[in-house]
Design a protein around this ligand. Sequence first.
Ligand code: 13P
Ligand code: SF4
Length: 321
Amino acid sequence: MAQMLQFNGHGELAAEILRLKKERNAVILAHNYQVPEVQDIADFVGDSLGLSQAAARTPADVIVFCGVHFMAETASIISPKKTVLLPDLGAGCSLAATIDGEKLRAWKNEHPNSAVVSYINTTAEVKAESDYVCTSGNAVKVVNSIPRDREILFLPDLFLGAFVKERTGREMEIWPGECHVHAGITPDVVNEKLAENSDAEFLIHPECGCVTQFLYFAEKGDFNMPMVHVASTEGMVRRARESSADKFLVATETGILHRMRKENPDKTFLPVKEDAVCQYMKTITLEKVANSLRNMVHEVRVRDEIAGKARLAIQRMLELA
Ligand code: 13P
Ligand code: SF4
């Protein structure tokens, strides 16, 4: 009863999902940007790294992936014997779409001895052409693990790339891709909010368009903010929990605010940009999750040849994490 109350107005659908989940021996994994009711019904909510780790360790037969397509592909690559379902095949990613296998092969041809580090926001084909996969939670660690004399091609996010370059001090070639949601979180947008909320702690995702300028100011020591943290979505949620601050400005997709507020009811969380909303993440609804489990749709599977190569790059990351 208490559990049903938590599903505010979605009780019947939630009950059906829980029943089907049992019948199918399924687990529901949800990204931190999912709509609140989907997060609330999930067995695990997290960032890209946490979700791939959860996909790797689950004993379930079926994984319902409430996130975007590259995440479901990654789960299928890690757990090829499991059935991975994506409730809406339209859940794409503007950042992943900035590079494909052909473009990457051409780039590699220009830099034949380089190590390729691909952000997890890429297609399986791109991962198969990569030496390492990384997430925002471990990109610095992954790059630091590569011998210093090796040239690095980093893709596809230019802002995350600039952040990693600054943190590791490595020379890297960076692909000029960006996520349309995070790129819109520009220095101007942020500076205006910071001026209004100088008492807040500032949490920022490294895909944001303001990260490069912020790093510059922070280095110069003239960025007028007492507390700033650059982190993956899970890192931001953790910081919100552990920090003694009671007010936070949050620079990422606004779906993350649900979990922050739920876990910290006495603290205040403000989005830096109210319309920083990823329409791909929001295509997943409770109705579609129920439909997925009812009809076992839409299965995401990666061709063995591609999956085998991509798995090696993902495993290198998981071993480091
Ligand atoms: P993380 O949750 O891994 O930080 O990634 C954010 C993201 O952009 C997913 O689309
Ligand atoms: Fe892709 Fe950006 Fe949406 Fe994340 S927020 S899924 S990077 S489009």
